[in-house]
Design a protein around this ligand. Structure first.
Ligand SMILES: [Zn+2]
Length: 179
């Protein structure tokens, strides 16, 4: 059952299997392969005007950095984060930025971590304006990964359409909370 995502025209929707393969490559440590796969997904998402391009770019950036292509990875991260800013997805931006900065620091890439923080300093609205209830609210427990595409699910960063069901941000499949 497809609720949406066909777009109108030239390009077909992105299939969860395609996304699943990219996530599998990333978790299997095939970072170069995962980077290519997520870059192609990001292009595809942009072509069909899909809302998921920034997520794929952030994954591509993470994969490039893990495979040692720091410059290319940083470019993807900056672009993905800029898209989130332009779309006013500030909750996602806040979490994605924290995660990217932490990962860079863990890899000893202090300059890059600082660069990203500086880059984003003007982007985030004042902390007081952030929808903090999304950050602190306790949500029901979701599977840690989407059953359809294997993407990581973060309860505070995804769209809930009922108290117990949410939508995978990567493949738009519905995901049920566990009891
Ligand atoms: Zn999914």
């Amino acid at each position: 059952m497809r609720r949406r995502g066909f777009g109108f025209g030239r390009k077909a929707a992105i299939f969860p299997l395609e996304i699943k393969l990219a996530h599998q490559q990333l978790s299997a440590g095939d970072y170069a392969g995962a980077a290519l796969a997520f870059e192609s997904l990001a292009r595809h998402a942009e072509e069909i005007g899909g809302p998921r391009a920034p997520l794929f770019l952030l994954q591509a950036g993470k994969a490039q950095i893990a495979s040692g292509n720091i410059g290319a990875g940083m470019q993807h991260l900056r672009r993905g984060l800029t898209m989130l800013t332009e779309r006013h997805q500030f909750t996602q931006l806040y979490h994605a930025e924290r995660r990217a900065v932490d990962e860079l620091q863990q890899r000893g890439l202090t300059n890059e971590a600082n660069e990203l923080e500086t880059f984003l300093q003007g982007s985030l609205p004042a902390m007081a304006d952030l929808p903090t209830q999304h950050i602190t609210t306790t949500r029901p427990i979701l599977p840690t990964h989407c059953p359809a595409c294997g993407g990581p699910l973060r309860p505070n960063e995804i769209e809930w359409f009922s108290p117990n069901s949410a939508e995978c941000p990567f493949c738009a499949s519905p995901v049920q909370a566990k009891d």
